[in-house]
Every structure is written in C-alpha cells, then in structure tokens.
Design a protein around this ligand. Structure first.
Ligand code: ZN
Length: 325
C-alpha cells in the first residue's frame, strides 16, 4: 500500500529508532544493552516493561542538540513511509524539566530541523504533552511552556496541547487549568482517553474541550457516546498496531476501527511509538487493507478527516488536501 499519509499521533521519543538511541548512548558512555534483544530491537514483556524500556531509552536524550538530531531522524523515517504531515507529541518535561527557558532552547533547535524538513517534503507541528501521572501542578508548567511558545512565538511550530501518561491515574478533569490555559493561547486540544480507560475517560477528555481523542477505542462499548462523537465530528487518533502490541486488541480483525467508521465516527491512523510496537505507517495501512479490504478510497477518506482535525493553518490544510482528491 503506497500513497501519501497524514499522521496525527506520534510521540517524538517513542519514535526513536533503536540504532539511533544506541549511537547516542555510545557517545555518552551509557550502557543500555539490557533494553535490546538479540536483533537490536527494543525488548519488553508487558506494559510496565514497555514503560521501563521507554524511560531508559529516552534517558540518554539530554540536550537541545540531542532533540534536534532525534527530530531529524524521526522526520526522515516518516518521509520514507510516505508521511507528508505529522504531529509530534513532545513533552517539555523531558526537554529541561518543563522550565520555560530550557524549553525555548530545545524548541529553537527543533524548529530549525522542522523548517529544513519542510523542504524535503514533510510538514510537521508540535503538540506539547503533559504527563498525566505527574499530576495537575506539573501539567500547569507544561501548559505555560505551550502557551508561551504557541503559534507565532515558537516560529509557528507549536500548535497543540495534549496529555499522555498513565490514563487510569486521577481524573482528566483535574487538569482543567492546563487545558484552559492552552486553549486561551489558541492551541488545539487533544487528550489520551479510552485506551486503558472506559467510555467515561473519553467523556472527561471532551469536557476539557478536546476536539480529538488519543485512541478512544473504548467508545465502541457505548453507542450513545459513539453517536455523540459522530455528531460533534470528534476525531479519534487511532493507533491499531499499538493496541495490538499492548494486548488491548487480540489481532487486526478484532480492532474496532471499521465498526467506528460504520458508526459515523471520524478516525485517523497513526503509529504512536512505532519501533516499540514493531510497526510503521506502511505496515498499519497494509494490515488494515488485509483485515478490512480497505483501499485507496478508505485511506483517502481517513487522511482527509485527519487534515480536517490537524492543528495547522488553513493554507497548509488546503495545500495538503489536494494529495487526497
Ligand atoms: Zn500515545
């Protein structure tokens, strides 16, 4: 399956190729051999193991230059997958502990890379992401970083705010202040919900003013919620390969993506943390084609939904839309 693709849900550190992380670790004389298997892939058994490996891998990324190199690597991988527009989830917590000055330094280094990549055929935007299990006070700091570097202030690259992390810790609605702050700064809002949590976790994300939901697959158990999502044209950032790798869905045929589309819910397809889940955008499209018989019409439709929901300016949106006519 080839063709252009729009990706809305990609965690920057989660997209780091193992070889790239090994290279940085070697330069810094950090021993990370325990997190890789014999083939050099990330190795873990369950969700807790995934979090441990993820944390160890990302612990070698410490400076603005590290992040600039990572972004260049990740965008190059995305170009190779036919992605022409991507939104990266980036946490200022990892880029200098959510300190505004440190975040500005990281952002400046990454913005330069993003501008260069535009000339190589990929547009990108940053969605600054609070980490839920760190609590509402830390989320405030991230929201302040986001608001202060929103839109033009950050070279136009920071256009969204979201929340990831352990979804079953606390209530999403505890984070009202952070989401209000980001919305007032003109940022688009998304939040992880309905991945590990039930339909109520999606309702809470909607109560925060989100127009997109990260995952949202548990909506399938709640017909009234599905109708609401369809009526309000809320877009689900689905990551089927991630759900299967983490055991939330048995296999591709059991993933609710096609049922959600049939119920009128707008869905998109992304890879979440691709090397951790042994997936790529081409792999996702191929498996969906195999499982549901999807072809160009279906993929064009989800890519147009993705563009409608993208946190970008209308000029970019309309230019990219021509790819999916
Ligand atoms: Zn995610």
């Amino acid at each position: 399956m080839s063709g252009s693709k729009i990706e809305l849900h990609l965690h920057l550190e989660g997209a780091a190729p193992p070889a790239f992380i090994r290279g940085i670790a070697a330069e810094k004389h950090v021993d990370l051999s325990g997190i890789f298997d014999a083939q050099g892939h990330y190795a873990y058994d369950d969700f807790d193991g995934f979090l441990r490996v993820y944390e160890a891998a990302t612990s070698v990324l410490r400076t603005p230059r590290d992040y600039a190199r990572l972004l260049a690597e990740v965008l190059e991988c995305s170009v190779g997958q036919g992605v022409i527009y991507t939104e990266l989830f980036i946490s200022p917590e990892f880029c200098g502990g959510a300190d505004l000055a440190a975040w500005r330094d990281h952002l400046a280094a990454m913005t330069e890379v993003a501008e260069r990549a535009r000339g190589q055929g990929i547009d990108s935007r940053a969605v600054l992401t609070a980490i839920r299990h760190m609590g509402p006070d830390r989320a405030r700091q991230t929201a302040i970083c986001a608001a202060e570097t929103a839109l033009d202030a950050g070279g136009g690259w920071v256009t969204g705010f979201g929340m990831g992390g352990a979804e079953t810790v606390g209530q999403a609605t505890d984070f009202h202040w952070a989401f209000d702050c980001a919305r007032e700064a003109g940022l688009g809002l998304t939040c992880h919900g309905g991945e590990w949590g039930g339909p109520d976790s999606i309702r809470q994300a909607l109560a925060l003013g989100c127009t997109r939901i990260g995952h949202g697959i548990s909506a399938i158990h709640d017909p009234a919620l599905m109708r609401d999502l369809a009526d309000r044209q809320i877009t689900l950032e689905l990551c089927p390969g991630s759900n299967i790798a983490l055991g939330l869905c048995r296999d591709w045929a059991a993933h609710p993506i096609a049922q959600l589309v049939d119920a009128g819910v707008r869905v998109t397809v992304s890879t979440d943390d691709p090397p951790f889940f042994h997936t790529t955008m081409r792999h996702e499209y191929q498996r969906l084609a195999d499982a549901f018989g999807w072809g160009l019409d279906e993929f064009n439709r989800i890519n147009k939904w993705a563009l409608d929901a993208a946190f970008c300016d209308s000029e970019t949106r309309e230019r990219l839309r021509k790819e999916f006519a």
